[in-house]
Design a protein around this ligand. Sequence first.
Ligand code: HEC
Length: 225
Amino acid sequence: MENRPSVWSSNRFWRRSATWVTGVASVLLVFLTFDSMGQMKMGTAADIKNKVDKRIPSPLVINYKIDYKLNKTRGHEIPIIGGMDANGYSKYEEKEKFFGKDNWSEKEAKALIHKGKLTIQAKNCMDCHTLLGNGAYYAPDLTKAWLDPTWETLASAYGGKEYAIAKFLENPPAMAMHERKMPNLGITKEEAKAVVAYLKFMSAIDTNGFPRNFGKIKGAVDARK
Ligand code: HEC
């Protein structure tokens, strides 16, 4: 019998393998890029109307009540927009006034949220806070700050959760809630309103339960007591 060289030492085999692996990986990468782009695309008014859950919802969510509930199937909390249906997902029905009205148009809501984002960037909130995984941990994670139960307890005294947060942002030391205080960054009334819109919108983004254990941290020192 002829002594044939092993396939592992064949140049032709390795060249073909490399070509195939590169080809398949390229196709997969193109598919994954489009899939990610689809997941990151902001929802629209039509999605809300048709009750379609989008990972990043329409800016119109500022017109709705937002909750954060444990989803047993997924094993972590998910944002619930406008009330929860029987299956544990968003119903997009229960509205909630945001700075006096619950009929912000898509254009108005988008503009306000955008202004909030610009303010957050201009004031470098990430020097101390984390937003959607970016930033520092000197101060509380802001990704779900809108859902911090503290604001619920202050809502009635300020005429609504949004007014309480805006008031805090305009002069944080005056409303300090922890021993470690947030400095006054000279945020105007209009900027504060926009930042709160951004915080509300961000809390409605489905972040796969990040940050973990949100709202369950015990033992924080309440400086008002
Ligand atoms: C120098 C650090 C620092 C910077 C910069 C900073 N913060 Fe804070 N922030 C804090 C600290 C500390 C607290 C906790 C203070 C307290 O509870 O009294 C806080 C608390 C907050 C809270 C309440 C959080 C919650 O869970 O309820 C919000 C909202 C907030 N900051 C928003 C902002 C925004 C928006 C900016 C940028 C415009 C900003 N912060 C910039 C330090 C900072």
